[in-house]
Design a protein around this ligand. Structure first.
Ligand code: SF4
Length: 211
């Protein structure tokens, strides 16, 4: 069921963030996918610090598919959970090379089969690279902002995404995803949200009530 309040929220955010983009620095599809995989539980800033050297050493899926695990672990040492991420990056390289000829598949159901690319990553990659919104990106920022706005009471990202998708028409999903990520990062921050600067402060039930 479409909720009129979420439409108002989506429209206000669209005006504030008309063309939201990821802050993960990338030059091609491969680089964005790798950066998104590295960004789980890690800030974009930290990822951007290590990716230039990483992409020099591993410029494409083929180089990752043939990489040495310890060397990849060392190359991404600065990000959280680097051991598991290194393993999944190499596996992703092998899958993309073997199944998709070295290029990312454009269908959600194929993309999500690649090791290290879960639902959130699929949504980010598809929206950023091809403008396709099959869902709504739910990261730590979207979780927090959606809860404060009273759009969900869930804490599980899959359930939050389901709640948001049921409330908001599909044509808003792409902008809403990117806009809420940026809004959470810069305005509706985890501590001391800047409610006085927030375009949603007249319709947000949490306005001026968070620490
Ligand atoms: S009014 Fe405050 S709590 Fe509500 S969305 Fe804006 S910054 Fe967040």
């Amino acid at each position: 069921m479409v909720d009129s309040r979420i439409l108002q929220i989506a429209e206000l955010l669209k005006k504030e963030y008309p063309n939201p983009k990821t802050e993960l620095i990338h030059k091609n599809e491969y680089q964005l996918a790798v950066a998104v995989m590295l960004s789980a539980q890690t800030t974009d800033k930290k990822v951007n610090q290590i990716t230039p050297a990483f992409f020099s050493k591993y410029p494409n899926w083929e180089s990752l598919a043939n990489a040495n695990l310890t060397e990849v672990q060392n190359a991404i040492h600065g990000v959280n959970f680097h051991l598991g991420k290194a393993d999944r990056l190499i596996k992703a390289g092998k899958v993309v090379e073997a199944l998709y000829g070295g290029e990312l598949p454009k269908h959600f159901e194929d993309l999500i089969k690649i090791p290290g690319i879960a639902r959130k990553s699929c949504n980010v990659i598809m929206q950023e690279l091809w403008g396709i919104a099959e869902g709504i990106v739910v990261d730590t920022h979207v979780t927090r902002v959606s809860q404060r706005l009273g759009l969900t009471t869930n804490t599980d990202p899959v359930k939050i995404e389901r709640d948001l998708m049921s409330l908001l028409p599909k044509e808003y999903w792409r902008n809403f995803s990117g806009a809420v990520v940026l809004h959470g990062r810069y305005i509706c921050t985890a501590r001391k949200p800047k409610c006085e600067k927030c375009v949603l402060n007249k319709i947000c039930p949490s306005a001026f009530k968070c620490d």
